[in-house]
Ligand binder design. Structure first.
Ligand SMILES: CC(C)(COP(=O)(O)OP(=O)(O)OC[C@H]1O[C@@H](n2cnc3c(N)ncnc32)[C@H](O)[C@@H]1OP(=O)(O)O)[C@@H](O)C(=O)NCCC(=O)NCCS
Length: 163
């Protein structure tokens, strides 16, 4: 990491790390799907430790789960003090990437076949995150629906001509 990556505190800017995560997740998604892929969401980005200017950053990504057209990619960021060799796990991120066909429409991706216990654990946890995400979206939509209905039922609510 060089001076151009610094924030005003002099450490590496979080946005620089996020960009690296996005790029590497994209590569993992393209490799798995054999198609181009876009970022649908960065579901989670944890900054566990700061990264300092002068450190070497390594970003590793793996496809944790594949659904119909989307994949969850887990990304691990490590910083290395190149003088001492000390390695620190600084960030973890989970991104949802969607494969696209030549017309830019979501395209089916190959299933994953997790072979090891670690791969099975990652797939299970990815499924949990997806289930939570979808449940959260449903709850928010339901709450919005209730709010709209309450406004329509309130005095002065309803039709735009005030009747
Ligand atoms: C991602 C995108 C292709 C999805 O398009 P869409 O019309 O919503 O497509 P669909 O409803 O068919 O959803 C396709 C898949 O994306 C997933 N998806 C869509 N929006 C999502 C979101 N916000 N978070 C997580 N997954 C999402 C759906 O769950 C679905 O997954 P599945 O097929 O595995 O079940 C579209 O929203 C898009 O092009 N976004 C912009 C992407 C981009 O420019 N990224 C770079 C950011 S600068």
């Amino acid at each position: 990491m060089g001076p151009g990556d610094a924030n005003i505190a002099g450490n590496v800017h979080g946005g620089v790390i996020m960009r690296l995560c996005d790029e590497v997740a994209g590569i993992a998604a393209v490799r798995h799907s054999g198609q181009r892929a876009v970022t649908a969401a960065m579901d989670r980005m944890n900054f566990l430790h700061p990264v300092f200017i002068g450190q070497l950053v390594t970003v590793k990504a793996t496809v944790n789960a594949a659904w119909r057209t989307s994949m969850e990619v887990g990304v691990r960021v490590e910083s290395e003090n190149i003088r001492t060799g000390e390695l620190v796990h600084t960030s973890t991120a989970y991104l949802t990437m969607v494969a696209l066909d030549d017309e830019g429409k979501p395209a089916a991706v190959p299933p994953l076949s997790p072979g090891t216990s670690v791969e099975r654990r990652r797939e299970k946890e990815a499924q949990l995150r997806r289930d939570h995400r979808l449940a959260e979206r449903e709850r928010i939509e339901a709450a919005r629906g209730e709010e709209t209905a309450a406004q329509a039922g309130a005095p002065g609510g309803g039709s735009s001509d005030g009747s």
